[in-house]
Design a protein around this ligand. Sequence first.
Ligand SMILES: *Cc1c(COP(=O)(O)O)cnc(C)c1O
Length: 415
Amino acid sequence: MGAFEALESNVRSYSRSFPAIFSRARGSIMLTEDGRELIDFLSGAGALNYGHNNHQIKAAIAEYLASDAVVHGLDMATPAKREFMQTFNSVILRERNLQYRFQFTGPTGANAIEAALKLSRKVTGRQNIISFTHGYHGMSLGAIAASGNGFYRTGSGASLSGATFMPYDGYLGSAFDTADYLRKLLMDESSGIDCPAAILVETVQGEGGINVAGKEWLQSIQSIAKNVGALFIVDDIQMGCGRTGDFFSFEFASLSPDIVVLSKSLSGYGLPLSMLLIKEELDAWRPGEYTGTFRGNNLAFVSATAALNLYWRSQTFSQEVRRMGELMRRRLEAIASGHRNSFAVRGRGMVLGFHCQIAEIAEATVRKSFEKGLIIERCGPIDQVIKFLPALTIDTETLDKGIEIFDESLAEALK
Ligand SMILES: *Cc1c(COP(=O)(O)O)cnc(C)c1O
């Protein structure tokens, strides 16, 4: 790791958690330069829902590159963009009775969050954003102002403003309905909470510790937003693109967000691509009012279209994600109940958190897992939750093998 220690900033993080030099990858397996083979339950933090170097998607990109088609196009019109928009519209939106306009933002999730917040403020003429405890929305100043994590907030070095934090579903225990609390505060003009431009929410908090919001709670939050004239924004950057079983993580609650934010697995290949879905009547941008050099990654349009065609034209993939998710959940619950510690398993679809309560147990388990050939990370406010995020395309055998490694590592960590 010499070159990395000598040349790369101290800020590097994943290369510390997973000290190896990764040279090749396919599906759910990563190979290191010195010939180790590891199972990947991290999946690029959610950017690789269809696995590494997915062969069928790669074929589409390779063909596109070979033809000298436009790769960088600012936001010019290209056949690749047209095909992506038409495919997304027919395969995803029309099938779900949803109607949105697309806004392609800069390439990162944080870029898209910034655009969503800007648009909300522009449309409503208000400043305040309601966001939730333990929420995570990215590293830029507007996004981090709406994120809970104290380590990142301090690291920003700026005075963060413009957001008011409310307790997420379950934050005050299962008996306390935090949506009621939010409603009461927002209906009371003298509560001290400024009328919000938007309410920004994740349906399952990824970085925040795999906290799962209930259907009724999400429906309440949506109706509160409507009642106070705020935009309802779902940050589906990590939980979208099939992670919870449906394409959008909010389908199970039949929500109709004003803005949906997508990134991470949208391109289907780990290429940067971010976009907002905006309700037509809220598309208040003037031409060119939001810009950016990298809003037209045509290679990513091509891979994204290929992924939609491959996995979303029928119900089969969704059903398979749900089935594999149930399999994972049963295995993890059995492991949890085999120990005297108070472990809990939470999540939806193929995103599951193994809550260790004690950070040291999670840390030791993840470290031992890596030694035994499994890449898996931690999340939550004190990194006490082990996060299972395998590719949605993983086969049962590899999934089982990964969970076995985790099981053994946990047992050793508890010794
Ligand atoms: C990863 C993530 C972001 C930020 O995306 P970047 O591409 O890292 O800027 C925002 N929101 C959620 C829910 C995320 O998981």
